[in-house]
Ligand binder design. Structure first.
Ligand code: MN
Length: 415
C-alpha cells in the first residue's frame, strides 16, 4: 500500500485534496495570457512552461497550448518528468523558481488539456449494455451476440470534445416516436448523460500494424472523466444499422486534468470473470481496470446538487488497453491524442446506473431532486457533473470536475 508523499505545497497534504503529490495530473491553463502546460498540486497549478524556460525541465513542448508533444514522447519520458516534478515539489525541497511558477487554481482558466485527434466511444459496461438492450429492444435479447467477444464501439467526433465548464446547447435533430406516422425535426426531448472514463492515447501506432494488450497499455498516457452527452430520441430513430450518429456528435465533455497511469498504478483491479473466453488479441494480461469511485450530481438552475449515481470503474467488462488493442487489430492507426470512451459505467444495482435512460428506466420512473423537482431527462438550465477519485491510504487521486450546463436549443443554424 502506498501512502501520501508529502509536499511543501501544504494544501497538497490535505487528505481531502484531489491533487496530492501522488497524483500530479497534467493539464493546460492560462492566467490572462497564452495557454500552456501545467500539473495540479493541492489548490495550485504549476506552470511547466516556466520550469522548462528556467531549465528545470527538458523541452517537451510544455510551452504549447496542448499536451500532445509531451504525450507523444512515451513512457520513459513520462516517468522521468514525473520523477523530476516529484522531487521539485517534495517536502523540504522548496525553491524560489518553483514557488514563482505556482498559480492559485481558482484564479486561472483551464483549457482542453490535449488536442483530441479522434474520439472513439465503446460500450463495455455489461449492466449498461443489458439495460439499454432491454429498453431499446427486449430483455430476452438484450446483450448482442458479439458483446461477450469484442468491445463494441463506434467512431465519434473529436471536433465537439470540450473541457469541463463549457456550456452545451440542447441538440436539434430528427426523431420519430413509436406512435408517430412520420419523423419530425426539433429540439431533443430526451437529453441524457453517460458517465464514462476516457483513456488518452500518448504514443501512436502505425497503419497496418497491430498491438498487443500490453503494448496498448504502454501507449495510454492517462485517463479523464468523460460525459458522453446523448440525445436518446434522436438515437432511437437513427441508430440502426450503423450505430449512433447525431445523437452523440453534438458534445462530449472531459475533465481538465489527465490523471496519469503512474498515479493510478496502486489502484489496479481485475476485470470480472469471463463468461466466454476471449480471443488471444484481447485477452487480459493482468489487473487491467482501476478502483475509481465515480458519482454524478444534477443541479437545476438556482438549485442545489443531488447525487443521482454512485458507481465504480472496476465494474467494466473490458479495459481501455483491451479496447485499444482491439481498435488497432485491423491495422487501424492510432494517434497521439486519440480519446477512447469506456462506455457508460453502470453498476449492477439501481443507484449505480450511469445514465438517466437507465435511472428512470426509459423515462417511466422520474427521479426526485433535493428541493422536490423531478426529472426524467435533462431540462434547460440543468448542470450535470461527474466526479471521480481513487482512495489511497490517507490520500486520494482525484480527477477534478467534469461539468456542463445545458442551454436551450439554437433553433436556427446561426451562431
Ligand atoms: Mn457512450
Amino acid at each position: 500500500m502506498t501512502h501520501l508523499i508529502r509536499s511543501w505545497v501544504e494544501t497538497a497534504n490535505d487528505p481531502e485534496t484531489a491533487f496530492p503529490l501522488n497524483n500530479l495530473p497534467f493539464g493546460v491553463f492560462s492566467a490572462g495570457d497564452a495557454p500552456r502546460c501545467a500539473v495540479a498540486i493541492g489548490d495550485k497549478v504549476l506552470d511547466l512552461a516556466a520550469l522548462q524556460a528556467a531549465g528545470l525541465l527538458p523541452d517537451q513542448g510544455f510551452d504549447h497550448p496542448a499536451l500532445n508533444t509531451f504525450m507523444a514522447s512515451g513512457r520513459q519520458a513520462w516517468h522521468d518528468i514525473r520523477e523530476t516534478l516529484t522531487d521539485l515539489l517534495r517536502a523540504g525541497n522548496e525553491t524560489p523558481a518553483v514557488q514563482a511558477a505556482l498559480h492559485d487554481m481558482n484564479s486561472v482558466t483551464l483549457h482542453l488539456p490535449f488536442t483530441v485527434s479522434e474520439f472513439t466511444d465503446f460500450y463495455a459496461g455489461r449492466q449498461h449494455a443489458f439495460n439499454v438492450g432491454s429498453l431499446f429492444r427486449d430483455p430476452a435479447n438484450a446483450l448482442p451476440p458479439n458483446w461477450l467477444h469484442i468491445p463494441i464501439g463506434y467512431n465519434g467526433r473529436a471536433s465537439t470534445v470540450v473541457v469541463s465548464g463549457t456550456d452545451v446547447h440542447r441538440p436539434m435533430g430528427q426523431m420519430k416516436g413509436p406512435q408517430d406516422d412520420t419523423p419530425r425535426f426539433g429540439p431533443c426531448q430526451r437529453l441524457d448523460i453517460e458517465l464514462e472514463m476516457g483513456a488518452v492515447v500518448g504514443t501512436p501506432s502505425a497503419m497496418g500494424t497491430s498491438v498487443s494488450v500490453d503494448e496498448a497499455d504502454d501507449m495510454i498516457f492517462g485517463y479523464v472523466l468523460l460525459n458522453d452527452w446523448s440525445a436518446r430520441d434522436i438515437q432511437a430513430w437513427e441508430y440502426q444499422p450503423l450505430g449512433p450518429f447525431q445523437a452523440k456528435a453534438f458534445a462530449t465533455t472531459i475533465s481538465p486534468w489527465v490523471v496519469t497511469k503512474a498515479a493510478l498504478e496502486a489502484f489496479r483491479t481485475d476485470t470480472p470473470p469471463r463468461e466466454k473466453e476471449l480471443l488471444p488479441h484481447i485477452k487480459d494480461t493482468g489487473p487491467m481496470l482501476y478502483d475509481i469511485d465515480l458519482s454524478v450530481t444534477m443541479t437545476p438552475e438556482n438549485g442545489q446538487p443531488t447525487v443521482i449515481c454512485k458507481t465504480n470503474y472496476n465494474t467494466m467488462y473490458y479495459s481501455a488497453a483491451q479496447q485499444l488493442a482491439h481498435h488497432a487489430s485491423s491495422g487501424c492507426a492510432m494517434r497521439t491524442g486519440d480519446l477512447l470512451g469506456s462506455g457508460t459505467i453502470s453498476g449492477p444495482e439501481q443507484g449505480m446506473f450511469g445514465s438517466l435512460l437507465e435511472m428512470t428506466w426509459g423515462g417511466k420512473n422520474p427521479i426526485t431532486l433535493k428541493g422536490g423537482q423531478t426529472r426524467t431527462f435533462i431540462e434547460d438550465g440543468d448542470t450535470l457533473a461527474l466526479h471521480g477519485s481513487a482512495q489511497g491510504d490517507g490520500y486520494r487521486i482525484g480527477f477534478g470536475p467534469c461539468t456542463g450546463t445545458i442551454l436551450p436549443a439554437k433553433r436556427t443554424g446561426s451562431a
